[in-house]
Design a protein around this ligand. Structure first.
Ligand code: FES
Length: 275
């Protein structure tokens, strides 16, 4: 049955939006770290999106997406009152959350929305949560208000210095790890270069580092092999073994290559759709 869109909020006009979907079965089961796969129409591509929030009582889930190809452009053309043909989930393994002390949650780009759900899980169980979010400039920062409502501390960086620290999230992270030896885990969700840099930043400190990977996916249930990643020298499927993995073990260079494998076709497809 198609999934109704209850509300749509443009976070970055034309680029990033937040949708609240009526999906009571998914909302009742989804935990932080889970994702859904969407298909907008019968011939449509299947796209994975990490769940940014749930409200089991209202039976809703929240997703946030970046318009970067035809499928997300089709999604962006929908509005409240429209419906998405298929929303399949919750998929993947939920984040491992236990009460241990201080966790640092790092988010970049639309990954901040997914990180928000994980950070909320840590906060609810009683961990002290330090959030670190970054963007190129202030107008591209997402979920600041939502995060501020529950994290113990929120550190912000922008590349151009228009808000918060001028520089990278990894600079704030390094500074925090030098000052605070009690951090038991760092969680990072965002662009591949950012997650890779976070893993290199935490490595000398020996702090457990969890990253949420975003490879190309097709079926989302471990059958097609599209989402394979190399972790600790072994092939893993992000859809069923992840999407979260030990950041110190991930082959980020391979992930980047595989993510770029269909870039040309993706661009052509978007251009044809826009014509
Ligand atoms: Fe097919 Fe993971 S998406 S195996």
């Amino acid at each position: 049955m198609p999934t109704p869109i209850l509300s749509k909020e443009s976070l970055i006009p034309g680029k990033t939006s937040k949708l609240v979907l009526e999906a009571p079965q998914i909302a009742g089961k989804a935990r932080p770290g889970h994702f859904v796969i969407l298909r907008m129409n019968e011939k449509g591509e299947r796209i994975p999106l990490t769940i940014a929030d749930t409200d089991p009582e209202k039976g809703t889930i929240t997703i946030v997406y970046l318009v970067m190809g035809k499928s997300t452009a089709v999604l962006e053309s929908l509005n409240a009152g429209d419906a998405i043909l298929d929303v399949c989930g919750p998929l993947g393994r939920a984040t491992h959350i236990e009460k241990r002390g201080t966790v640092v949650c790092v988010g970049g780009g639309t990954g901040i929305a997914a990180m928000h759900h994980i950070a909320k899980g840590h906060s609810r169980i009683g961990n002290r949560v330090v959030g670190i979010i970054g963007a190129r400039s202030k107008d591209l920062l997402l979920f600041e208000k939502e995060l501020k409502s529950f994290v113990d501390e929120l550190l912000i960086s922008t590349d151009d210095g228009s808000y918060g620290h001028k520089g990278l999230v990894t600079e704030l992270l390094k500074d925090r790890l030098e000052k605070d030896r009690e951090v038991f885990e760092v969680v990072a969700v965002g662009p591949v270069p950012m997650m890779s840099a976070v893993a290199e930043t935490t490595r000398p400190f020996g702090v457990k580092t969890t990253v949420s990977l975003n490879p190309v996916m097709v079926d989302g249930i471990g059958m097609c092999g599209a989402c394979r990643v190399t972790v600790g020298g072994e092939t893993r499927f992000a859809c069923v073994d992840g999407p979260e993995f030990d950041g110190h073990q991930v082959d980020f260079a391979e992930l980047r290559r595989r993510l770029g494998a269909f870039r040309e076709q993706e661009t052509q497809s978007l251009e044809l759709w826009r014509c």
